[in-house]
Design a protein around this ligand. Structure first.
Ligand code: HEC
Length: 244
C-alpha cells in the first residue's frame, strides 16, 4: 500500500473511532462511566442489583445463570441462593417474569432485553441514564437522556429524588440544564454513583461475556508474537552468517 493511501486510511479509522460514541449517544452530554469490566467484585454487585431491580421487567435472555457463576467466580450454590428467583434452574437463561401483554398494559411498552444494551447504547449512556432520572412538574418520572421514558426510576429509594433546573434558549425552547437533589435517598450521591458503576460494569460484561477470556488470551498472543519475533531474528542472523 502506498504511504498516502495508508495515511488516508489511518485518519478515516481515527475519525470513525472518535465519533462512534456520539452516534450511540444521540446528542446531549454524557457522564463517564469509568467501568472496568475485569473488576469481578463490581460485576458481582452489579449482578445482584440487576436481579433485584431490573429483572421484574427486563430479561437478559442470552445469558445463563451457570455461565454467570463461572465467569464471575461464584459457586452455583451462591447463584441459586442469591440471584435466581422463582423456579428457574442453573442452566436456564435470565428471563424476566413480565409478560409482554402485561408490560404494554402497565407501562405502554415492552421493556427491551438488556443482553447487549451496553453495546448498542455504550456504557457512558447507561451510566448517565441511570443517574439522570428526575421528577418533572407532573410529578411523574422523566429522564435526561431518554426524555419521556416509560420506565420509572426503579432505584429512587437509593438515589433520592432529583428535580430539574430548566434553561430557555433564544427560540424559547426549555431544556433541562441541571438536576438537583430534592430529597435525599438511602445512599449519598457518591455511593449512588458507585452503585450505578457496579450495575453498568455488569451490563458491560453481559453484552460480551467472552471479553474476559479474550482479553487475557490477547496478552499471551502478544507475548508469543514478541518471543517469536526474537526467534525469527536470531534465525535470520544465523542463516545470513554464511552468505556474508
Ligand atoms: C417497571 C419495569 C421496569 C424496571 C423494573 C426496569 N425497567 Fe428499564 N425500561 C422499562 C421500560 C418500559 C423501558 C422502555 C422505555 C422507553 O423506551 O420509553 C425501559 C428502558 C430501559 C433502557 C433503555 C433501553 C433503550 O435502549 O431504549 C435501559 C438501559 C433500561 N431500561 C435499563 C434498566 C435497568 C438497568 C433496570 C434496573 C436497574 C431497569 N431498566 C428496570 C421498564 C423497566
Amino acid at each position: 500500500m502506498k504511504l498516502k493511501s495508508f495515511v488516508v486510511l489511518l485518519s478515516l479509522a481515527a475519525i470513525i473511532t472518535a465519533t462512534a460514541p456520539t452516534f450511540a449517544a444521540g446528542g446531549g452530554e454524557l457522564e463517564h462511566a469509568n467501568v472496568n469490566v475485569r473488576d469481578t467484585a463490581a460485576a458481582q454487585r452489579g449482578a445482584q442489583l440487576f436481579v433485584n431491580y431490573c429483572m421484574a421487567c427486563h430479561g437478559a435472555s442470552y445469558m445463563r445463570y451457570g455461565r454467570l457463576a463461572a465467569d464471575l467466580d461464584l459457586s452455583e450454590d451462591t447463584v441459586m441462593k442469591n440471584l435466581v428467583f422463582g423456579d428457574a434452574k442453573i442452566g436456564d437463561t435470565m428471563k424476566t417474569a413480565m409478560q409482554p401483554d402485561d408490560a404494554v398494559k402497565w407501562l405502554g411498552k415492552v421493556p427491551p432485553d438488556l443482553s447487549v444494551i451496553a453495546r448498542s447504547r455504550g456504557v457512558d449512556w447507561l451510566y448517565t441514564y441511570m443517574t439522570t432520572f428526575y421528577q418533572d412538574a407532573s410529578g411523574g418520572w422523566n429522564n435526561k437522556v431518554l426524555p419521556n421514558a416509560s420506565m420509572p426510576h426503579v432505584m429512587w429509594q437509593l438515589q433520592g429524588i432529583q428535580k430539574p433546573v430548566y434553561v430557555t434558549d433564544e427560540a424559547g425552547i426549555e431544556t433541562v440544564d441541571e438536576l438537583v437533589l430534592h430529597r435525599a435517598g438511602l445512599e449519598t450521591p457518591e455511593e449512588y454513583e458507585e452503585t450505578v458503576r457496579d450495575l453498568v460494569t455488569f451490563l458491560a460484561y453481559l453484552s460480551e461475556p467472552a471479553q474476559l477470556q479474550r482479553k487475557s488470551i490477547g496478552i499471551w498472543v502478544l507475548l508469543f508474537l514478541a518471543f517469536f519475533t526474537m526467534i525469527a531474528y536470531l534465525l535470520k542472523v544465523e542463516y545470513w552468517r554464511d552468505v556474508h
